[in-house]
Design a protein around this ligand. Structure first.
Ligand SMILES: *[C@@H]1O[C@H](CO)[C@@H](O)[C@H](O)[C@H]1NC(C)=O
Ligand SMILES: *[C@@H]1O[C@H](CO)[C@@H](O)[C@H](O)[C@H]1NC(C)=O
Ligand SMILES: *[C@@H]1O[C@H](CO)[C@@H](O)[C@H](O)[C@H]1NC(C)=O
Ligand SMILES: *[C@@H]1O[C@H](CO)[C@@H](O)[C@H](O)[C@H]1NC(C)=O
Ligand SMILES: *[C@@H]1O[C@H](CO)[C@@H](O)[C@H](O)[C@H]1NC(C)=O
Ligand SMILES: *[C@@H]1O[C@H](CO)[C@@H](O)[C@H](O)[C@H]1NC(C)=O
Ligand SMILES: *[C@@H]1O[C@H](CO)[C@@H](O)[C@H](O)[C@H]1NC(C)=O
Ligand SMILES: *[C@@H]1O[C@H](CO)[C@@H](O)[C@H](O)[C@H]1NC(C)=O
Ligand SMILES: *[C@@H]1O[C@H](CO)[C@@H](O)[C@H](O)[C@H]1NC(C)=O
Ligand SMILES: *[C@@H]1O[C@H](CO)[C@@H](O)[C@H](O)[C@H]1NC(C)=O
Ligand SMILES: *[C@@H]1O[C@H](CO)[C@@H](O)[C@H](O)[C@H]1NC(C)=O
Ligand SMILES: *[C@@H]1O[C@H](CO)[C@@H](O)[C@H](O)[C@H]1NC(C)=O
Length: 618
């Protein structure tokens, strides 16, 4: 989960400059951040999830899968499955039965975001070491790329906004080294002045604003300059995506419902057993299954006040509410969790205006929300969320007179790996690569499978097929949180095969704090190299057993497995060996795990964290 103890320490100093609200209220002459009102298209409606995939996604998907078939040709040569006849396999595969694959990058702030970028590269045909290792080319076969929290604001949206480029090109286009808390100039005063000013322009147009408008704009740092003020819906017409040359990006949001959600210290948080999980794609925003609404609105018209599925006012539809930065802020907005963490057991919501306990007055997060509160004249309570005019107002009984959705970090659903969009039966996903850098392991911020198991439990609750996932003790005792492992090898055809990739130390200790806000280029190189080693199983230097098949080949087996079954083709013996080597064998071991999980480097066992930290990392 995403429960921090300390965050944004640097802000303490900065926010004192916001004691003067007049300063913060000054705004730039132009307003690239504010949404605009447009005439409503006559066909703008909320559509029911039971209608299936949108026509836009369906059309895009056909295009994408025909490109995937082309990419498979070279990827399968690279992966070199010894007894697969690629020609005869491809003769039976077309856009209607091709493998559908999704890569899910977990929450975990800059820990999951930066390491997740390394995963993208480790499977990318444009990265020569990945081609050499036999993994390069899988990126070109992905149909979906999902992220939430750090996986959304630091990985999926930056990649999508740079036309799904290679990581090298993304690094050339954006500044991953400067602190996102200070901005590229390093002058925090002018940075905050600008972000508050831009937020003010949105308020002046009549839209609700909140701390998320400011917080989200921190992550503009990770977007190329030309995308600074673009929208998530603009991805739909961006070149690689529109031509079917890239996967569909999806970010996830959770919500709280005042008066309904459980609360601690009167701060609400989502109930993981019944909360609504929203997804935002370049085409649509909404929820498929579970929760209080199962419906969608076009992402381009987010921000529009709707009632009973129709625009409330014909001339007041909205464009530009779906700013990429606002999506980044929304998917990473865990202020409620951060406050619960620091004020636990303090009654807050009994009054509309939350009294801040004196002992917390200098808490940096409190100061950021208070900056929004005092600048924009809201209550503290109202400032804490990502506030969306509710497109589903009066759409169903649960949404009667619900004027706003209060969105929070996607990881608050408990499903910190964004698997949910990939198990929607309509999407027919065959192969899911679930990258977990959720920091849910409490000892040293590695992972212990808890959030992955939560995805399994959610799938069971919703009645959709998903492989069995064991408990955290089994993950630790059986090394499932140490090595990449397949789940669901013997499951039904309708059950996706899942490759679980845990963030784990191969060549670098990538369990740095998820709040790390700046890196040197040398540190980023180390982070990306570790991800490469995770994805390639140590670049072929580590073998699991004497006759273990090479792991990169097995990844390709994972990709084509369901399509082989679907087209009545024999599963190559080498792939069967892969699955018997790298699949979870169903064994559980629930005896209490070691007290503190503290692994060393797989590829350099003598180098302790302390030594590495003081010599290699710093
Ligand atoms: C609504 O109409 C526009 C323009 O005519 C069209 O591009 C769009 O696909 C339509 N949307 C839906 C949901 O039918
Ligand atoms: C692969 O399959 C093709 C078409 O089915 C066949 O012509 C070719 O001989 C096969 N190659 C090998 C090496 O078996
Ligand atoms: C930082 O920005 C503020 C506000 O624009 C300005 O007054 C100040 O001089 C700047 N500081 C430096 C060191 O440039
Ligand atoms: C939605 O409404 C139904 C029927 O009133 C209710 O049973 C259900 O619990 C509601 N769901 C949520 C998430 O509020
Ligand atoms: C908060 O900071 C102010 C100004 O530096 C200081 O006067 C006050 O004592 C601090 N409060 C706490 C609880 O530390
Ligand atoms: C929030 O802002 C209002 C209006 O500016 C102010 O009266 C109130 O004290 C502020 N509340 C907090 C908790 O800062
Ligand atoms: C919803 O709002 C309408 C109009 O303000 C009001 O007439 C109605 O009673 C409200 N319904 C509920 C359930 O609060
Ligand atoms: C696994 O992580 C969860 C969530 O952080 C924690 O509650 C649990 O104690 C951990 N279990 C083990 C065996 O490490
Ligand atoms: C992977 O291993 C090969 C040798 O098998 C080596 O040439 C290559 O440099 C290695 N790549 C990386 C990124 O370590
Ligand atoms: C092989 O895999 C098993 C199960 O994941 C694990 O326990 C073992 O440590 C692995 N060994 C090597 C050398 O990778
Ligand atoms: C595969 O075999 C099954 C049963 O033998 C048959 O129903 C199905 O039509 C076959 N599919 C293809 C694509 O040949
Ligand atoms: C790592 O090294 C840096 C610089 O020497 C030091 O400040 C930091 O405390 C170390 N981190 C840990 C967790 O030991």
């Amino acid at each position: 989960m995403f429960l921090p103890t300390k965050f944004l320490l640097t802000l303490t100093l900065l926010l004192t400059s916001f004691s003067n609200p007049v300063l913060a209220r000054k705004k730039p002459a132009s307003s690239p951040y504010a949404p605009t009102y447009v005439k409503c298209p006559s066909n703008l409606t909320v559509r029911a999830a039971t209608d299936g995939l949108s026509p836009e996604e369906q059309a895009w998907r056909t295009l994408r899968l025909s490109e995937v078939v082309k990419s498979l040709q070279s990827y399968l040569q690279t992966a070199n499955i010894s007894d697969l006849n690629v020609t005869s396999y491809l003769a039976k595969v077309n856009a209607s039965n091709a493998p559908v694959a999704g890569l899910a990058i977990s929450g975990g702030g800059s820990q999951s975001g930066m390491t997740g970028l390394g995963i993208w590269q480790a499977f990318d045909a444009r990265y020569p070491p990945a081609v050499k290792a036999g993994t390069g080319g899988l990126t070109q076969c992905l149909s979906y790329l999902t992220g939430l929290s750090g996986g959304g604001f630091n990985m999926v949206l930056p990649v999508a906004s740079n036309n799904f480029s290679s990581l090298a090109d993304l690094r050339a286009a954006v500044d991953f080294t400067s602190s996102y808390l200070l901005g590229p100039s390093g002058n925090a005063t002018s940075y905050f002045y600008k972000l508050f000013g831009l937020t003010a322009t949105k308020l002046e147009k009549g839209f609700p604003v909140s701390v998320t408008d400011v917080f989200g704009q921190f992550f503009r740092q990770f977007l190329p300059a030309s995308w600074a003020f673009k929208d998530v819906s603009d991805i739909a017409t961006s070149e690689a995506f529109a031509k079917g040359l890239a996967p569909m990006p999806i970010v996830l949001l959770s919500e709280v419902v005042p008066g309904v959600s459980p609360q601690i210290g009167e701060i609400p948080y989502p109930d993981i057993n019944s909360s609504t999980v929203y997804e935002e794609t370049p085409f649509e925003f909404g929820s498929w299954l579970g929760g209080r609404v199962q419906a969608f609105i076009p992402t381009k018209y987010l921000g529009t006040s709707m009632s009973k599925g129709r625009p409330a006012k014909k001339r007041q539809c909205v464009n530009g509410f779906d700013k990429v930065t606002f999506a980044q802020g929304s998917t990473g907005n865990a202020f409620n969790f951060w406050f619960i963490d620091s004020f636990y057991n303090i009654p807050l919501f009994t009054k509309r205006d939350i009294p801040i306990p004196t002992k917390n007055e200098n808490d940096t997060l409190v100061m950021l929300v208070e900056g929004v509160n005092s600048t924009f004249g809201q209550t503290f309570n109202a400032s804490m969320w990502a506030t969306y005019p509710n497109p589903f107002e009066n759409y169903n009984k649960n949404m009667t007179n619900v004027t706003e959705l209060l969105m929070v970090d996607g990881s608050e659903s408990g499903e910190t790996i964004p698997i949910r969009p990939l198990i929607i039966p309509e999407r027919k996903v065959d192969f899911i690569i679930a990258y977990d850098s959720s920091t849910d392991e409490p000892g040293n911020s590695w992972v212990n499978g808890t959030t992955f198991r939560n995805s399994y439990l959610a799938a069971q609750r919703l009645g959709v097929p998903f492989p069995v996932v064991p408990d955290a003790a089994t993950f630790i005792n059986e090394d499932l949180n140490r090595f990449p492992t397949f789940f669901g090898c013997n499951a039904s055809l309708a059950t996706p095969l899942v490759l679980y990739l845990p963030n784990s130390p191969w060549s670098a200790y990538t369990n740095y704090s998820y709040t790390t806000s700046s890196f040197t280029n040398a540190q980023l190189d180390l982070v990306f190299e570790n991800s490469f080693n995770i994805a390639t199983y140590g670049n072929g230097t580590v073998a699991n057993g004497t006759n273990a098949p090479p792991f990169p080949t097995c990844v390709a087996c994972g990709l084509i497995y369901k399509s082989l079954l679907r087209t009545n083709q024999t599963v190559p013996t080498s792939c069967q060996n892969c699955f018997s080597t790298y699949c979870w064998d169903g064994k559980t071991d629930e005896k209490p795990a070691k007290p503190a999980y503290n692994p060393g480097l797989l590829l350099n066992p003598g180098l302790s964290f302390q030594k590495w930290n003081s010599t290699v990392w710093h």
